[in-house]
Design a protein. Structure first.
Length: 245
């Protein structure tokens, strides 16, 4: 019997993913938006901001096992695990609940981030920079190679996260946070490292719907890359992790 109801799973993942995207898109807004205190803070500030955003999201979503990422949910399924989290059986329906909660939370977190930086979004700025607060985009647009980059980066995330489950030190969320910082610093350059379909698609939908002054296009022609790339990387990471345990 499941320890938590579907509603509790949904709420846990939504709240955790919401905090992830609130703090993650928040650090990008801090660096990119004019007149912000962190304006021009640089790539490493963004890397560490996203890393600590993961830390907050993981602790907030402890009830559901803190996937806060559909790629992690897919990786656990591909790994052959019996449970998504202690007391939550791996089933198709539970998978839908996880991913729905993650997508909803990601969009909501981006909305709150927009509200926090509303006056800064009102300033004149290149529309691409405003979109970059919400969603990833490639440094060099090459859909195939951008896809490959997202697959590789997400493979590293999911494979190592599943290996952490075997860590006798029990360091909790901190190693995951530092792993995300490392992925951003090393593999994030080509695509901005979505490594999470919800992290990109939820805020991109928010960008499309919000009345952001001078926002321009939401770049839907690229949107499939940060969704399918991480999904494939998560599946491969889950399969590979099953060979090491």
């Amino acid at each position: 019997m499941d320890v938590y109801s579907n509603w509790e799973i949904f709420a846990s993942e939504a709240f955790g993913t919401g905090l992830l995207t609130l703090l993650g898109t928040g650090v990008v807004a801090n660096v990119l938006l004019p007149k912000s205190k962190g304006f021009n803070g640089g790539w490493l500030l963004i890397n560490f901001g996203w890393g600590f955003a993961v830390l907050a999201g993981v602790y907030a979503a402890f009830r559901s096992g803190a996937h806060i990422n559909p790629a992690v949910t897919l990786g656990i399924w591909a790994n052959g695990s019996e449970d998504f989290a202690p007391g939550i059986e791996v089933t198709a329906w539970h998978g839908v609940v996880y991913v729905t909660g993650q997508m909803f939370g990601a969009a909501l977190g981006a909305l709150v981030s927009y509200l926090a930086y509303k006056k800064h979004f009102d300033e004149d700025l290149d529309p691409a920079s405003k979109l970059a607060v919400f969603a990833t985009g490639p440094a060099i647009r090459s859909y195939g190679w951008n896809f490959v980059t997202e697959v590789i980066a997400t493979f590293v995330l999911v494979f190592v996260v599943l290996m952490f489950a075997n860590d006798p030190a029990k360091l909790g969320a901190l190693p995951v946070s530092l792993l995300v910082v490392g992925i951003g610093a090393s593999l994030g350059g080509p695509t901005g490292y979505a490594i999470n379909p919800a992290r990109d698609l939820g805020p991109r939908i928010a960008h499309a719907l919000l009345p952001i002054r001078g926002k321009g296009s939401s770049d839907w022609s690229y949107a499939w890359v940060p969704v399918l790339g991480p999904a494939v990387g998560g599946l491969i990471g889950g399969l590979a992790a099953s060979w090491f345990v």
